[in-house]
Design a protein around this ligand. Structure first.
Ligand SMILES: NC(=O)C1=CN([C@@H]2O[C@H](COP(=O)(O)OP(=O)(O)OC[C@H]3O[C@@H](n4cnc5c(N)ncnc54)[C@H](OP(=O)(O)O)[C@@H]3O)[C@@H](O)[C@H]2O)C=CC1
Ligand SMILES: O=C(O)C1=N[C@H](C(=O)O)C[C@H](O)C1
Length: 272
């Protein structure tokens, strides 16, 4: 399948050497290859004319297979408990990484930046959501945030999801909170003084986030903004995990030219 997202030309061949810059990613390894998203990514890489799937690894497979297969880059859709070990291995061996796995906080990002400092030329892209609609939803929410007194986030996912709230909801809350701070907005109004624990959801940067888990759902999010006499709801739905693959392929095509750490697909799509 060809992506409609911007392609980065693949034109420079790989020089020898551990940390010499690879400007064109061709040989791709997938971690979490038997998972729901990983399997979809394997299919997308195999269908792309300019990419080659050289390793499809899952839990208990040796990461050394990535080096043996000569992977230029990996795609990681595994588990928050596994992703840091995977990245330490890849960065240490000069393998770029495009990461969808969630669970990144400031401490993890700082650790990763430390590893990347010792591996100049290696690029890691972490995106809480690889679907174009979700990236736009986050951007629209941040743009709307200064105009509304209230804002809350409701994320809805399949019941096999390990983390709550979702990485996308966390990131949206951070972006919305930053936009409100910049605009000089005060805290969101909330008179709740009594209630059951959890009834008002989790708080991320002062923004309430509610997590729904139900069979039949894939990945969905609403940002509800409220002002005097009106509300604005921005909603995104991923009905199929194929929605993530064009963004992953765009990340693979860009990562060779983005040494260091990039957080967010918007930077690859030129939406920053
Ligand atoms: N950024 C984005 O756009 C998106 C991000 N995600 C995130 O991606 C991650 C995976 O999601 P999803 O595909 O739904 O989850 P799945 O559980 O379906 O897939 C994860 C796969 O990774 C395997 N795995 C676990 N540990 C390792 C390891 N150390 N090395 C290799 N493989 C491993 C699992 O094996 P086993 O089942 O045996 O443990 C499983 O096959 C989650 O963090 C999710 O939030 C999901 C969708 C989109
Ligand atoms: O686990 C999932 O399914 C998803 N995880 C990501 C997240 O936590 O935001 C992206 C998307 O919501 C699907």
């Amino acid at each position: 399948m060809r992506t409609t997202l911007p392609d980065v030309p693949a034109q420079v061949s790989r020089p020898p050497g551990r940390f010499l810059r690879v400007t064109a990613v061709r040989r791709v390894g997938v971690l979490g290859a038997r998972g729901k998203v990983g399997a979809e990514v394997c299919r997308a890489v195999e269908s792309a004319d300019d990419l080659e799937l050289v390793a499809a690894l899952d839990v208990d497979d040796a990461l050394e297979q990535l080096s043996e297969a000569g992977a230029d880059a990996v795609v990681d859709f595994t588990h928050p408990d596994a992703v840091m070990g995977n990245l330490e291995f890849c960065v240490g061996r000069g393998i770029h990484a495009v990461v969808g796995t969630t669970g990144f906080d400031d401490e993890r990002l700082r650790t990763l930046e430390g590893w990347l400092t010792d591996a100049p030329g290696v690029g890691v892209l972490i995106a809480p959501n690889f679907s174009i609609g979700a990236v736009l939803m986050m951007r629209f929410a941040a743009a709307a945030a200064p105009y509304y007194e209230s804002v809350e986030i409701i994320e809805l996912h399949h019941p096999t999801k390990a983390d709550a709230p979702s990485g996308t909801a966390r990131r949206t809350a951070e972006l919305v909170a930053a936009a409100r701070r910049e605009a000089g907005s005060g805290p969101v109004p909330d008179a709740t003084s009594t209630g059951l624990e959890g009834a008002r959801g989790a708080e991320v940067d002062g923004i309430h986030v509610h997590s729904v888990r139900a069979r039949g759902l894939v990945a969905h999010q609403e940002v509800v903004l409220g002002g005097v006499g009106e509300t604005l709801t921005i909603r995104h739905d991923s009905m199929d995990r194929a929605s993530f693959t064009p963004g992953v392929l765009a990340g693979l095509r860009a990562i060779g030219d983005r040494p260091g750490l990039t957080v967010g697909l918007e930077h690859v799509l030129g939406l920053d």
